[in-house]
Design a protein around this ligand. Structure first.
Ligand SMILES: [Zn+2]
Length: 376
């Protein structure tokens, strides 16, 4: 028997029972002590008649305060939250239009057909400018939507500080105090996102701009289709994070590198050295005095470049090894280059390579390069 009336007071219980053909919805509720809490319901596929009638009944019985729970393993449409209590309405609205145009540019670049519209939902009042952008294509999961938003954010920040003319007024995305008005912290596990036509309990700000059904972000079986990938700006796979893009990435040469930690898996990725470090590579190749540099990978945990070599000349032990190779670590953040060694006696040690300071100077001038939206 389907107990669609049943309210859960713990999200994990509702998620444990939810089938792939169903949604978990959250609803604001007033508790005995007057505080606002949440209860959760399982609702059949909202695009079916049963789902529609169930949802309408839930709203009648519980009020128009419903949110969709965005589950991690489901294809998810784009969702963004833009809000400020310190902005000018018309200007914030213009900023929202900029974001919509940037999403469309990204779709063109990725050759994603523009089938499902992007809706701008508005729940602003005199005190607060508040918008949602919802819809567009399905991405792999909510974290990939987060990666897209971080890409856009990295683009906005880099374009903001460059003289290059862009078709956008990025200043509309910053409030009167210069704070970025896009909420980057919402791309986390089982995030709740308010549906259109709904308000928070006790608030008169109702989201308007499309139907409730048009604002549903995750599709469920049997119509489930896989979404498109949007990887992070350093091509790593996105995961749940509430970190801001500018805390995760920093611009280097013509690309972005990760500066904050991620999950411990997949910490090293194949990479090519940024342009500004290529001269250093040539210098290192001759400094080694034996063998050559054979490959490069990027350690996204530490933000360092690892260079494999065939060099057996070890500066740690100050001798030539018979079989062990050495390798090099370039840490641009510390302006340090070290030699490491596979020999067991050398394993925990390193040798600081005396790189002439000039080789760091092009690296230091990394902000004056253009960046195009395809890369971002
Ligand atoms: Zn050694």
């Amino acid at each position: 028997m389907i107990k669609t009336n049943m309210a859960y007071y713990r999200l994990d219980e509702a998620i444990a029972i939810c089938k792939p053909t169903e949604h978990v919805l959250a609803c604001d509720t007033t508790k005995g002590n007057g505080m606002v809490g949440k209860k959760f319901f399982i609702c059949p596929n909202l695009w079916t008649q049963l789902g529609d009638s169930t949802f309408n009944r839930l709203v009648r019985e519980n009020g128009p305060h419903f949110y969709e729970i965005l589950q991690p393993d489901r294809a998810t449409r784009i969702f963004m939250d833009i809000e400020t209590t310190n902005g000018v309405y018309e200007r914030v609205k213009a900023g929202v239009d900029v974001l919509v145009k940037m999403i469309k540019m990204w779709m063109v670049h990725k050759e994603i057909p523009d089938v499902q519209p992007l809706h701008v939902l508005d729940s602003s009042n005199a005190k607060k400018c508040s918008f949602h952008i919802v819809g567009g294509p399905l991405l792999t999961n909510p974290y990939h939507v987060g990666a897209l938003v971080r890409r856009l954010t990295c683009f906005i920040y880099s374009a903001r500080y460059e003289e290059t003319a862009t078709p956008f007024d990025f200043e509309t995305l910053f409030d009167n105090d210069g704070n970025y008005i896009v909420d980057e912290q919402i791309y986390t596990l089982n995030r709740q996102f308010r549906l259109s036509k709904m308000s928070k309990i006790g608030s008169d700000r109702t989201l308007n701009g499309c139907t409730t059904l048009e604002s549903v972000l995750q599709n469920v079986e049997p119509s489930f289709v896989e979404g498109v990938d949007c990887l992070e700006i350093d091509d790593s796979t996105p995961s749940s994070t509430s970190k801001k893009a500018t805390d995760l990435f920093s611009k280097v040469d013509d690309g972005w590198v990760r500066v904050a930690g991620v999950a411990m898996t997949m910490s090293k990725t194949k990479a090519s050295l940024p342009q500004s470090l290529c001269k250093m590579r040539i210098w290192l190749d001759s400094w080694m005095g034996h063998g050559r540099i054979t490959g490069c990978s990027f350690d996204i945990l530490r933000g360092t470049y690892l260079l494999n070599t065939t060099c057996k000349k070890c500066w740690i032990s100050n001798r030539m090894h018979k079989s062990n190779h050495t390798w090099l670590v370039i840490n641009p953040w510390q302006r340090e280059c070290i030699q490491k060694c596979f020999d067991e006696n050398c394993a925990r040690q390193h040798y600081v390579i005396p790189v002439p300071p000039d080789y760091w100077s092009t690296w230091a001038a990394y902000m004056d390069k253009d960046v195009d939206i395809g890369r971002c």
